[in-house]
Ligand binder design. Structure first.
Ligand SMILES: *[C@@H]1O[C@H](CO)[C@@H](O)[C@H](O)[C@H]1NC(C)=O
Ligand SMILES: *[C@@H]1O[C@H](CO)[C@@H](O)[C@H](O)[C@H]1NC(C)=O
Ligand SMILES: *[C@@H]1O[C@H](CO)[C@@H](O)[C@H](O)[C@H]1NC(C)=O
Ligand SMILES: *[C@@H]1O[C@H](CO)[C@@H](O)[C@H](O)[C@H]1NC(C)=O
Length: 186
């Protein structure tokens, strides 16, 4: 009997201290931390052409449509490891890389949907990254992408990236894009 009570008490204690009885913890209010805002400004180099392609085709559908001659026709999926630099010149200081993928998702208007982690490799935010999951209407000169999260110093980030095409080659798809990002984080 005493042993049984002992086991029950032990189990209860485990439940309370380690929360082993449920898959969720108690829900409790958080003491709000001060949110801060950081602006980031850099250039994104998306190069589809060899020898130094930073965006490579994973797959594309069999097409006979109008856009089959486009560098990234509707339905094509590309993986990226695009360099991010301080200035528009590809040889300017490298500050990070944009790793992920994008899918050409506009049936009639060229649009990309991006699933990309922008990681920084220098300065205060070295090792931190912001996550972009958004449509990107690439034919608009100025456009906006949603920043939906982040890592490291950008943990729990939300924000917005304003994009401005610096240069694009419509034949091969190579592009340099200016990013002006406002990130809210803690
Ligand atoms: C390709 O990248 C390598 C290594 O970064 C560099 O040495 C070479 O000059 C680049 N080639 C071109 C055509 O940009
Ligand atoms: C960034 O962080 C990595 C890993 O900690 C380190 O090896 C590298 O030297 C750092 N780079 C700069 C430019 O601070
Ligand atoms: C655009 O890409 C095409 C095909 O690779 C190339 O022949 C042409 O020189 C490029 N144009 C510019 C301005 O770089
Ligand atoms: C970045 O965006 C902010 C907010 O719209 C604007 O005030 C700032 O001038 C922009 N900076 C650059 C370099 O485009």
């Amino acid at each position: 009997m005493g042993k049984k009570i002992g086991i029950v008490a032990f189990t209860l204690e485990l439940c309370i201290t380690l929360a082993l009885c449920e898959y969720y913890s108690k829900t409790h209010p958080v003491s709000p931390k001060q949110q801060v805002v950081t602006n980031l400004h850099f250039f994104f180099h998306d190069t589809l052409t060899s020898p130094n392609a930073s965006a490579v085709l994973i797959a594309k559908p069999t097409l006979t449509g109008d856009d089959s001659s486009s560098p990234s026709p509707f339905g094509s999926l590309l993986a990226t490891d695009d360099p991010l630099t301080l200035g528009p010149d590809p040889n300017s200081e490298l500050i990070g890389n944009a790793r992920g993928m994008y899918v050409s998702s506009g049936k009639h208007v060229p649009t990309l949907t991006m699933y990309v982690d922008f990681g920084f490799t220098s300065g205060k935010f070295n090792g931190s990254s912001i996550t972009v999951f958004s449509r990107n209407p690439i034919m608009d000169k100025e456009r906006e992408l949603a920043v939906v999260g982040g890592r490291g110093r950008f943990r729990m980030a939300t924000g917005v990236a304003l994009l401005n095409t610096y240069s694009v080659n419509l034949t091969n798809g190579d592009a340099i894009v200016e990013y002006n990002v406002t990130v809210y984080h803690y």
